[in-house]
Design a protein around this ligand. Structure first.
Ligand code: ASP
Length: 604
């Protein structure tokens, strides 16, 4: 046996035991004629002592960082104890040393505060993974995985693998494709999700399916996306939306309890998509704090408008005027207000300016637009934004979509600045009733907001069937009956992040065909792409629905990190490269010949 104990195991109760440990050299400290070595493995660190007599062993075996050692010796009490580590009361007085392997000098130090930059750490990810900080994340990932599986198993779900070499599944991204040698000129697509397979499994009668599964989407990697990522993918038959919400709310609570020891006893709040957009400005609101929007003017909601026409040109020209009240910020200085104005003017936010109204502690109101509005008007704004004395109201005005987006970003930014987005607080939310369609103005057609297998609300099925999808004037798409059709679709949101999403599916062939037609697909195209599913729907498809959770993201949030990469053992960088193995890369001419593929890269 290589070891009797791990490097994290020995305590003062083990004094005088003869032990054998194996691990990596973390540090070597020489003090005159004695040497201390910290030996590290996955479980911890144990101090080794080579005293005067034993130092000769070291002289014969010069060691360096990350050497792999096997040592034997006696557990002894440490003269200066280290209360910061569990093994800090003991050390091992080494009598035997075997160097199992040597190590080159590592390119960065393997410790919590490493000197390695991101690129270097990714190139040597196998070393980075030795660091505690990364190990902790990988362990948390496993704990989440285990908890999810345990919960699903308890509820009769079975894990069924689905293929990776498939035909395109439309989740709204580009496919990764794989050429087929045996079928020259033909390609597989890697699954963007197992969507169609899990639906087929419902037709097959496996009424509770799950899989912790890799999904592949060839997207431009905006912040914190990975081309291959993991979902906890689930599907159930004979269910309504309510069954799904309850089942998976239960799963996330179970994970909270198992992984973080949190009892999330309250029922998860629910909000419709529409309400979410008008209350928080986005469809994945962070509800750890309030700061709800106050609509002062809106072309979509004229009944909410309280701004008189003709008072102020900027408001007259705006489609939307909207405010939020930042708690206890009425004492913001000119400089602070200017900084915030610059913040909303940044291209990512894209506003032309920021209007403020201070609700002073003495109850008076003072705004940057005093010239145009008297105090009684400002008071109305305070009521709409739920501002209290001591607060400042920030107001944005402009095109509806952009302004809503901007105020939502400002709300999050202020929430952060005011310390309202607490890392250790977890707030779940269901967002329901998403629009069924979205308008794609580039290609002048409707696209499925979730995916084409999502069912419309039953009372709106006829609206979908009876209306021609064609749009004469792209600017007026909001007036088209399709714009108001809502889906049986839901997202689970955690602290402002979408962690899961799903829907109740269409399970009748004719309705599915209507859906494909609504999305501008010809009968032939629908048959070519999804004939297998349409065919299956003819053989007793049960009503069904499901959900998929973004496993990497869930882990990152539970681990208190912004970045999913920290929770993936071997992630890709933001150009989709694995810099450690250097992929993607060119392939041999012979491989191309076998595939009967000739590369002719277009310039530019
Ligand atoms: N396949 C969907 C997705 O990846 C999830 C679902 O509808 O179950 O978003």
């Amino acid at each position: 046996m290589y070891r009797t104990h791990t490097c994290g195991e020995l305590r003062s109760t083990d004094l005088d035991k003869q032990v054998t440990l194996a691990g990596w050299v973390q540090t070597i400290r020489k003090f005159g004629s004695i040497t201390f070595i910290d030996l590290r493995d996955r479980y911890g660190i144990t101090q080794l002592l080579f005293n005067e007599q034993l130092n000769t062993i070291l002289d014969a075996n010069p060691l360096g960082r990350e050497f792999v050692l096997q040592i034997s010796g006696k557990v002894s009490e440490r003269s200066s104890k280290n209360v910061n580590i569990p093994t800090g009361e003991i050390e091992v007085l080494v009598s035997d040393l075997k160097v199992l392997n040597r190590s080159a000098v590592p390119p960065f130090t393997i410790q919590d505060d490493t000197d390695g930059g991101d690129d270097l750490r990714m190139k040597y990810r196998f070393l980075d993974l030795r660091r505690n900080a990364v190990k902790k994340n990988i362990e948390l990932r496993y704990a989440v995985n285990r908890a999810a599986r345990n919960y699903l198993h308890l509820h009769n779900f079975i894990d069924i693998e689905t293929p990776f070499l498939i035909k395109s599944t439309p989740e709204g991204a580009r496919d990764f494709v794989v050429p087929s040698r045996m079928n020259p000129g033909e390609f597989y697509a890697l699954p963007q999700s197992p969507q169609t397979f899990k639906q087929l499994l419902m037709v097959s009668g496996y009424d509770r399916y799950y899989q912790v599964v890799k999904c592949f989407r060839d997207e431009d990697l905006r912040a914190d996306r990975q081309p291959e990522f993991t979902q906890i993918d689930c599907e159930m038959a004979f269910v309504e939306q309510e069954d799904i919400l309850q089942m998976f709310e239960g799963m996330v609570k179970f994970i909270f309890k198992e992984v973080k020891g949190i009892d999330y006893s309250e029922t998860v709040k629910r909000i419709t998509w529409e309400e979410s957009m008008w209350t928080y400005g986005n469809d994945k609101p962070d509800i750890r704090f309030d700061m709800k929007l106050g609509i002062l003017k809106s072309i979509s909601k004229p009944s909410e408008t309280i701004i008189p026409e003709g008072a102020f040109k900027i408001f007259d020209d705006a489609e939307l005027v909207v405010g939020i009240a930042a708690k206890a910020c009425a004492d913001y200085t000119r400089k602070q207000l200017d900084e915030l104005t610059d913040w909303v003017k940044r291209p990512q936010i894209g506003m032309t300016g920021l209007i403020y109204c201070k609700y002073n502690a003495d109850g008076t109101l003072k705004s940057s637009v005093d010239k145009f509005f008297d105090e009684s008007k400002l008071k109305e704004w305070a009521i709409k934004t739920n501002a209290q004395p001591g607060d400042v109201i920030f107001i944005l005005a402009g095109r509806e979509e952009r302004t809503l987006k901007a105020i939502s970003s400002l709300r999050l930014y202020m929430g952060e600045r005011l310390g309202l987005r607490k890392a250790e607080e977890f707030k779940l939310l269901w967002v329901t009733d998403f629009p069924l369609f979205e308008y794609d103005d580039e290609n002048n057609r409707w696209v499925a907001r979730h995916h084409p297998f999502t069912s419309p609300k039953p009372e709106q099925v006829q609206t979908m069937i009876n209306n021609d999808p064609a749009i004469s004037n792209a600017n007026e798409y909001l007036q088209h009956p399709y714009a108001s059709i809502k889906a049986n679709a839901y997202d689970m949101v955690l602290n402002g992040n979408e962690i899961g999403g799903g829907s109740i599916r269409i399970f009748q062939r004719d309705l599915q065909e209507k859906m494909f037609a609504a999305l501008g697909m010809s009968k032939q195209e629908a048959q070519h792409k999804f004939g297998f599913l349409l065919g299956a729907f003819e053989y007793g498809a049960p009503p069904h629905g499901g959900i998929a959770f973004g496993f990497d993201r869930l882990c990152a949030i539970l681990g208190g990190s912004e970045s999913i990469r920290d929770f993936i053992a071997f992630p890709k960088n933001n150009t989709g490269r694995d810099v450690m193995i250097d992929a993607p890369s060119t392939i041999d001419l012979k491989q191309l010949e076998e595939l009967q593929i000739k590369i002719d890269l277009k310039a530019g």
